[in-house]
Design a protein around this ligand. Structure first.
Ligand SMILES: Cc1ncc(COP(=O)(O)O)c(C=O)c1O
Length: 427
């Protein structure tokens, strides 16, 4: 079977709403490389959208899944529990930032983790309101969409959404939004739109993912914590994309001196298996009544086995340090290219959560055409890149943190070629 044949069958068999970036089909993958069904090799700087920080098929992860497969695959934790669920909760409670006692519940997808964090916050506070941020992405469920601060393509045609959700601008110095502006906007919401006493939670991403890899400045996070403490609001950090060593820490919230009350996690938690969770203050986590949280597949045993192995790999291979080292090398390479690539306005991001933003030279206008061109030129050379940002003008880099040095350097060469050729093409 060829890619072209499958592409035709896909278009006939599956809806266009499931948008697909590539027109080739995966055959196999190993660490940071994948091969399509026609044998073509790609270096994977997408990592399944930030899911395989520990690489495709890490031997430790594969062995853990295999071992679990031989014992049982599903009992439904809420019916017949198993130790691996409790043990992973214990590990995450110990490692999530914040000095308070913690508890963890597991789910299957990032959107589900967000839904449940909101449910828990509402149960704990008895309040309905949630404040989120423009550019934020929180998933494709109804509440996920309501919280998401980007209309196209996520919200178009799908409303009405759950009520009592409000958005404030997220800090974005490049585009003139300061931390003070953002915090003031939250205060304004509390004056103009919803009584603070009716707000259950403020949800934010420590680094906005889909929104463009904009890091939350420390003063902003401290300011949110202060507002939350002042009004009895819970702070939810959505770490679905920032988690598990990507930013140079196990949790991105470790970069701040203040803690969130609840943290959502998914993606790289289980190295390619579907697993999500909410970790948070034990008293808050206990607010929902028995039976209120869970799901048939929530805390799947194969995914839990993978997650235990992922945590071991992150520790043993020192992936937090590696994320910082590789991220710094990438940032230095990109910064050195800025002179030759006038569209390259900013290189940013903590650890290996790196992105570059393209603007029309001499302006603050997003240059999505240039970002798309870089992505296409890179793909032609066998390097898989993702774009993001409200205007699609940001290229983000999500390579597995386990990537071999030689493959990483090869990818940086391909990226440089793609950038330089894109400049030539635009001239
Ligand atoms: C910050 C954040 N929250 C939630 C989600 C939704 O996760 P999922 O696609 O697993 O439902 C994502 C997915 O990209 C995300 O980046």
């Amino acid at each position: 079977m060829t890619n072209a044949e499958l592409q035709q069958r896909k278009d006939a068999a599956t809806p266009r709403g499931v948008g697909v970036m590539c027109d080739f089909y995966a055959a196999r993958a190993e660490n940071a490389e994948l091969w399509d069904i026609e044998g073509r090799r790609f270096i994977d700087f997408a990592a399944g959208i930030a899911v395989v920080n520990t690489g495709h098929r890490h031997p430790r992860v594969v062995a853990a899944i295999r071992e679990q497969l031989e014992r049982f695959t599903h009992t439904a934790y809420q019916i017949v529990p198993y130790a691996s669920y409790v043990e992973l909760a214990e590990k995450l409670n110990a490692r999530a930032p914040g000095a308070h006692p913690k508890k963890t519940a597991f789910f299957t997808t990032g959107a589900e983790a967000v839904e449940n964090a909101v449910k828990i916050a509402r149960a704990a506070t008895g309040r309905p309101g949630i404040i989120a941020f423009s550019g934020g992405f929180h998933g494709r469920t109804m509440m996920g969409m309501a919280l998401t601060g980007k209309v196209a393509p996520y919200k178009v045609g799908f409303g009405p959404f759950p009520s009592d959700v409000f958005h404030a601008p997220f800090p974005n110095p490049l585009h003139g939004i300061s931390t003070t502006d953002s915090l003031r906007a939250v205060e304004t919401l509390l004056k103009a739109d919803i009584d603070a006493a009716r707000v259950a939670a403020i949800i934010f991403e420590p680094v906005q993912g889909e929104g463009g890899f904009y890091p939350a400045p420390a003063e902003f996070v401290h300011g949110l914590r202060h507002l939350c403490d002042k009004y009895g609001i819970l702070l939810i950090a959505d770490e679905v994309q920032t988690g598990f060593a990507r930013t140079g820490k196990l949790f991105a919230m470790e970069h701040y001196e203040v803690a969130a009350d609840l943290i959502t996690m998914a993606k790289s938690l289980a190295g390619g298996m579907p697993l999500a969770g909410v970790v948070g203050r034990a008293d808050v986590m206990d607010a929902a009544a028995p039976g209120g949280l869970g799901g048939t597949y929530a805390g799947n045993p194969l995914a839990l086995a993978a997650a235990h192995a992922v945590l071991d790999v992150i520790d043993e291979e020192r992936l937090c340090e590696r994320a910082t080292r590789l991220g710094n090398a990438l940032k230095a390479r990109l910064a050195a290219l800025q002179a030759d690539v006038p569209q390259l306005a900013e290189v940013r991001g903590p650890g290996a959560m790196v992105a570059c933003e393209f603007l029309v030279p001499g302006t603050l206008d997003p240059d999505a055409r240039f970002a798309k061109r870089v992505q296409a030129r890179a793909l032609e050379r066998g390097l898989l890149l993702l774009v993001c940002g409200a205007y699609g003008n940001v290229v983000r880099f999500l390579f597995p943190l386990t990537i071999e040095d030689a493959v990483f350097n090869e990818a940086l060469d391909l990226l440089e070629e793609a950038l330089k050729e894109s400049v030539g093409a635009m001239a």
